[in-house]
Write a protein that binds this ligand. Structure first.
Ligand SMILES: Cc1cc2nc3c(=O)[nH]c(=O)nc-3n(C[C@H](O)[C@H](O)[C@H](O)COP(=O)(O)OP(=O)(O)OC[C@H]3O[C@@H](n4cnc5c(N)ncnc54)[C@H](O)[C@@H]3O)c2cc1C
Length: 447
């Protein structure tokens, strides 16, 4: 490729081309369905390298994919024929225990942040699979088991350093480029390559209480009623998800809980859940927070095929639960398939809806249909299952969608995510910072 030798000379990092031995590994992303062949993968080691890679891509008029953890559900961090700017060499979290902040390089994974913060008895609320990227998760939202206590990941963002479309290095925070900082928090991948995040941390220096109680799917309605009651009445330091999962010929209903208060408080707040019985299984126990953050890592390892579709709900009525039961029972034979419904509220709803680009804070629940499988022959059945389930549940949904869950890409997607008013505000911002739409492999705001 023209200019690659001089790119190699200017970079401290690495360039991987299709004929290089590491190419197949370099082009792989988390979702096995996103099987694409970029013209080159560049792995910068610092912000100057990122500027060099971006300038090269623009000179060559290449389609640009930016990658942190590579977990984009529709595979937006890779492409055919373009360049992947893979930030995975830009890692190494620094915690300031006195200020309770963390500086997190743009290619870091959730596990890097969790481990660095917990060394000081601190925490930033992040997602539930430690090999997910801080980059994509934060720039779109960041839901996790501490969100009702400490907010979404992006609610804890203090500032970012990013490389803009014209190769400038810019800072954004509430004080500096405040409008850009507003858009970064929910529509971030549209505005630049974030090379560094600064987060606020919170104390969490005791073991937490975490686990799942599982019941036969026939008790789904009763269990959902209990979930509703708990979500309304317990303090914000309780994370609660209600779910349905198909397993072989059978199916189960479950509630997963994480209580970040003391073990005594947790025992009191979870007493009713544990007395609801008899369960098929109950794994609730006191354990280190970090242990819980790794429990999903292996089951959600790289390379499986995955589809999901989600919505925000103002309530979870019985009729919606019945629909979820029907769709779970009739689901195709994927390795993992079912629904996951997480209680919202707490800190998330205390941030004003127009305070960040993120949309959907008033919901009381987030609901997702999720399927994971390995056989490409099941692709169409699994996608169709998720689409039909969410179409049937649409009458129960409220406005907005969580951008990081959207498996479809297309011209109208971003408007459905942010709503008309925020979308127009984001278009203004996009015109100011990326008028040529250099960063378009994302849920795109069209300038
Ligand atoms: C197994 C799994 C578990 C998940 N769990 C959760 C969860 O618990 N909570 C939750 O909220 N979400 C969760 N998600 C969804 C997740 O938030 C998104 O998939 C997110 O986009 C992943 O970020 P990434 O950096 O790994 O992805 P990537 O594929 O690397 O990037 C995703 C998007 O962000 C852009 N991007 C990434 N880094 C940067 C950067 N530094 N600067 C500019 N743009 C960037 C990319 O260009 C791309 O458009 C999960 C996804 C998976 C696959």
């Amino acid at each position: 490729m023209k200019g690659v030798d001089s790119l190699r000379e200017r970079l401290t990092g690495e360039v991987v081309l299709p004929d290089d031995p590491g190419y197949d590994q370099a082009r792989a992303v988390w979702n096995g369905m996103a099987d694409r062949r970029p013209a080159l993968v560049v792995r910068p080691t610092d912000v100057d390298d990122v500027v060099v890679a971006l300038r090269f891509a623009r000179e060559q008029d290449l389609l640009i994919a930016v990658r942190c953890g590579g977990h984009s559900i529709p595979g937006l961090s890779t492409c055919d024929g373009g360049i992947v700017i893979d930030l995975s060499r830009i890692r190494g979290v620094e915690v300031d225990p006195n200020r309770r902040t963390a500086r997190v390089p743009g290619g870091s994974l959730l596990g890097d942040l969790d481990e660095a913060a917990q060394r000081f008895g601190l925490v930033c609320p992040v997602g539930v699979v430690s090999h997910t990227g801080v980059g994509g998760l934060t720039l779109g939202g960041g839901m996790g088991r501490l969100m009702r206590t400490f907010g979404l990941t992006l609610d804890n963002l203090l500032s970012v350093e990013l490389v803009t479309a014209n190769g400038r290095i810019v800072r954004a925070s509430e004080e500096e480029n405040a409008e850009l900082f507003w858009g970064i928090r929910g529509a971030g991948p549209n505005f630049g390559i974030v090379t560094s995040f600064e987060f606020r941390l919170h104390p969490l220096d005791h073991p937490i209480t975490f686990g799942t109680v599982e019941h036969p799917i026939e008790r789904a309605r009763e269990l959902a009623a209990l979930w509703r009651e708990l979500a309304e009445n317990v303090p914000d330091d309780l994370f609660l998800s209600f779910g349905l999962a198909k397993a072989g010929e059978g199916a189960a209903a479950y509630i997963t809980a994480l209580h970040s208060g003391t073990p005594d408080q947790a025992e009191r707040d979870l007493a009713e859940l544990r007395a609801f019985g008899p369960p098929n299984a109950d794994s609730i126990t006191v354990r280190p927070y970090l242990e819980t953050q790794h429990l999903n890592d292996d089951p959600h390892g790289w390379g499986h095929r995955f589809y999901m579709k989600s919505a925000f709900l103002p309530t979870l009525p019985d009729h919606a639960v019945d629909l979820c039961v029907e769709h779970t029972s009739a689901a195709p034979p994927a390795d993992e398939i079912g629904f996951s419904i997480w209680a919202w509220g707490g800190r998330i709803s205390e941030v004003p809806e127009d305070g960040t680009a993120f949309t959907g804070r008033d919901a009381t629940a987030w609901l997702a249909a999720e399927a994971m499988w390995d056989d490409p022959g099941l692709d169409e059945a699994c996608r169709a299952w998720g689409r039909k389930a969410l179409a049937d549940l649409a009458p129960f949904a409220s406005d907005g969608r969580y951008v990081n869950d959207v498996a479809e890409v297309g011209a109208d997607v971003a408007r459905t995510v942010y709503g008309d008013a925020k979308y127009e505000r984001l278009v203004e911002l996009k015109r100011a910072w990326d008028p040529d739409n250099v960063f378009r492999l994302n849920q795109n705001i069209r300038p």
